[in-house]
Design a protein around this ligand. Structure first.
Ligand SMILES: [Zn+2]
Length: 371
């Protein structure tokens, strides 16, 4: 199957460029090694190396596309540029990587392949190699300093492409195993915040789901939309701080839609119940004209205090996700631990509650705030 598709690629390449720019290109197209060697041993070989055909390909890029290994070897040995681009932004290195031309790929790596270079989709060589199922190529590239977590213009890493654009079969499972071993960050989502695990689950790629979970995706049952909602709550806290309010924000979400948000208004209103979570709850219950928030999630910049926790319990909110706990808050005098102790609240079992990391730090949010 692979052979047939290689053959089709070759036929395609030959058909799209009937007239070759130079005799060297012609010898490569015809797979005429003798003619090739004659030309390359001529005195003006250096000026031949970077000559382009009508679509901008150097002799080395054409050799790579046609998998003329010996010719590529000779060209590289004579100094051909492994990073020279054609009109489609391909280079010998990028093409060899994308199409699994491993012998040529190895030679380009030994001769200055630019690991940071990207194709017309903004992807490194690793991304198409992973997507197209070139396991050996992926292994070769992972031994280099290539950025395994590079994101292309579609918003995808190599890991995401190997999940989204594959059939989830054995080869891609192996590739995903290699990528994880090579440092792929399994938490990087696509542009819509959908995580690799969610993509694998959606496609019923069960083996890949297992691989991701074993690699720690379990710890992050929290999807990236959780993280981005939480960051929205933190951004409210930061904005509130800028307006001389206390640095707390909360949002309430149902079915991935923000239903209500709130910030701490205590300083402006002298209302001790004006905590961010309570303000958000007030708006949410008003908006549904009811008291029951079953199935709603609350995202709070900080671990809720006992008062807010009681309100959350009373309205049946189903889950609490917060960013900073009382330990984070203590250095800034924002901890509610004393209140927890005073009320003898120790273990909270009635609700699913978790602390999730975001791009914000407690210091960033709490520093320089008005008490
Ligand atoms: Zn509170």
């Amino acid at each position: 199957m692979e052979k047939i598709s290689n053959l089709l690629t070759i036929v395609g390449i030959l058909m799209t460029s009937p007239a070759q720019a130079t005799s060297l290109h012609e010898a490569i197209s015809n797979n005429d090694l003798n003619a090739f060697k004659n030309i390359i041993s001529s005195e003006k070989k250096e000026s031949l190396l970077e000559l382009r055909d009508e679509i901008g390909r150097t002799p080395l890029l054409l050799s790579t596309q046609l998998n003329r290994i010996e010719m590529a070897r000779i060209l590289i040995k004579n100094g051909a540029d492994v990073n020279a681009r054609d009109a489609k932004q391909d280079t010998p290195y990028l093409f060899a990587g994308a199409e699994g031309r491993n012998e040529i790929l190895l030679m380009t790596l030994e001769h200055g392949a630019d690991l940071k270079s990207t194709n017309r989709y903004g992807g490194t060589a690793l991304i198409p190699a992973a997507e197209k199922g070139h396991l050996e190529t992926v292994k070769i590239l992972l031994k280099t300093k290539i950025n395994v977590n590079h994101i292309n213009r579609l918003g995808w890493t190599a890991l995401l492409e190997a999940i989204i654009l594959s059939d989830g079969g054995k080869t891609h499972q192996d590739i995903i195993r290699e990528l994880i071993k090579g440092g792929a960050d399994i938490s990087i989502p696509d542009k819509d915040g959908v995580s690799p695990l969610q993509h694998a689950q959606k496609r019923n790629h069960n083996e890949i789901v297992e691989l991701l979970k074993n690699a720690g995706a379990k710890k992050m049952e929290h999807t990236n939309s959780d993280q981005s909602f939480l960051e929205q709550a933190i951004e409210l806290a930061i904005e509130n701080k800028a307006k001389s309010g206390r640095p707390f924000g909360a949002i309430i979400v149902k079915d991935n839609k923000v239903i209500a948000s709130g910030v701490n208004n205590m300083l402006a209103t002298f209302d001790p119940s004006s905590h961010a979570e309570l303000e958000a709850i007030r708006k949410a219950t008003a908006s549904i004209r009811g008291m029951d928030l079953t199935g709603y999630k609350i995202y709070a910049s900080a671990q809720p205090c006992p008062m807010c926790l009681a309100a959350i319990a009373m309205t049946n909110i189903s889950e609490i996700i917060y960013a900073f706990d009382n330990n984070d808050a203590a250095p800034f005098n924002y901890s509610s631990k004393n209140l927890y102790d005073k009320l003898r609240i120790s273990e909270i079992t009635f609700i699913k509650m978790s602390e999730v990391q975001t791009k914000y730090s407690a210091v960033e949010v709490y520093n320089d705030s008005v008490k």
